[in-house]
Ligand binder design. Structure first.
Ligand SMILES: *Cc1c(COP(=O)(O)O)cnc(C)c1O
Length: 399
């Protein structure tokens, strides 16, 4: 497999199923089994698999050429769509993966501040960027890897890891290292240790500490962007970061991600500035066509009202069977009775029980993430029927 999060060993299966096609909320494997899908390509598919408008847009774009190596109008249109959705983003650059966006954001933040240190949070994942793999959540947590061999100590020596939702820890770190701190990078709602919402005041405090120390506040909204509100967590919690990382939904299911923020910072990027960043397939015409086909429909507020209603239905139904943590269209059923505020709490969940639930659901044609430390991704293709069937199957497991 080409990404370790697709493995199913953590939930007791030697091999994953191999996907053949997807339609709406369902995914079909090569043996013809059909699963109700809560993974949804790990977040991008807000309108479900095989969304007609996306497929048509990609097909039409492909007829005109699959890559140009010159700027194209669709890139500007997608950038405009992103800038309109996220007021903190004045300028944006398109890239091909969230990892690439996070890596470039760190470089840009370091260049802009002329500082090296980065503060991140345990359990937050920002792609497999060397400097950001420390206590990274997601697949790194599922596989029990502390970080990764092959990452030189020199690369991580400037990475400081704090506990999520722990303002005091961040404040004392900023007091100690503030002068050398380039950025605080955070998933404003954590999705890669399972869903962990920011406690009231947490994101605001990060903003104040950045302002006081001259560090940049970076929101990694690769999951939350266009998912928990059109303008992501920054809209939902009304906190303004300096830089934002986007991916997943922004690319409509094709390889596309982005980073953007204050014009003054973004202007440091080449060719207007001196910070180098480039990509052969950046702003690829198929990917921008898919992104536009999706983002344009997200201007309708009814989308988020509906996702909220369905999310609440899912949450209420699952609540008797564990600890459900949800923000909008992302949720995790933790196998614990206690609130999960950070990575340590998440790791206390009963992963054996989660594995048993996974197998129980898969046998009944329901596919949840093969790891406790991930989210269920609700889409507009998940109707009440799909939600209720899932709730019933979880209740059957519990009884
Ligand atoms: C998925 C993810 C990334 C990495 O994106 P890729 O496209 O997989 O490289 C970065 N940050 C967060 C919060 C993510 O969930």
């Amino acid at each position: 497999m080409n990404s370790p999060v697709r493995a199913m060993r953590a939930v007791g299966l030697d091999e994953p199923f191999f996907a053949r096609r997807g339609e709406g909320a369902y995914i079909e494997d090569v043996e013809g089994n059909r699963y109700l899908d809560w993974v949804m390509s790990w977040g991008p598919l807000i309108f479900g698999h095989g969304d007609r408008a996306t497929v048509d847009a990609v097909r039409a774009a492909a007829e005109l050429g699959t890559s140009f190596g010159a700027p194209s109008e669709a890139e500007v249109e997608l950038a405009a769509e992103i800038v309109d959705a996220l007021p903190s983003v004045e300028k944006v650059r398109l890239v091909s993966s969230g990892t690439e966006a996070a890596m470039s954001t760190v470089r840009l933040a370091r260049a802009f501040t002329s500082r090296d240190r980065i503060l991140k949070f345990a359990g937050c994942y920002h792609g497999h960027v060397d400097a950001l793999l420390a206590r990274a959540g997601s697949g790194v947590a599922t596989l029990g890897l502390p970080a990764s061999p092959g990452v030189p100590t020199a690369t991580t020596k400037d990475t400081i890891v704090c506990k999520y939702n722990d303002v005091d820890a961040v404040a004392s770190t900023v007091a100690e290292f503030g002068e050398g701190l380039a950025a605080i990078i955070v998933e404003p709602v954590a999705g890669n240790m399972g869903v962990v919402p920011p406690e009231p005041g947490f994101l605001e405090a990060l903003g104040q500490l950045c302002e006081a120390s001259g560090a940049l506040l970076v929101f990694d909204e690769v999951i939350t962007g266009f998912r928990i509100a059109r303008g992501g967590a920054q809209e939902r919690f009304a906190v303004t970061p300096d830089l934002t990382i986007l991916g997943k939904i922004a690319g409509g299911g094709l390889p596309l991600a982005a980073f953007g923020g204050r014009a003054e910072i973004m202007d440091r990027l080449a060719p207007s500035g001196d910070v180098y960043q480039a990509g052969t397939l950046s702003g690829n015409p198929l990917a921008t066509a898919a992104g536009l086909a999706v983002l344009r429909r997200l201007r309708d507020p009814a989308v988020y009202e509906e996702l909220e209603r369905r999310g609440a239905r899912l949450e209420a139904g699952l609540a008797p069977h564990g600890r459900v943590q949800r923000v909008g269209a992302m949720a995790t059923l933790f196998m614990t009775g206690d609130p999960v505020r950070n990575f340590d709490d998440a790791q206390r969940a009963d992963t054996e029980r989660y594995a048993a639930l996974f197998r129980h659901l898969l046998e009944r044609g329901i596919y949840i993430a093969p790891s406790q430390f991930e989210a269920m991704f609700l889409s507009l293709a998940h109707g009440d029927e799909e939600i209720d069937r899932t709730i019933q199957a979880v209740a059957d497991f519990d009884s």
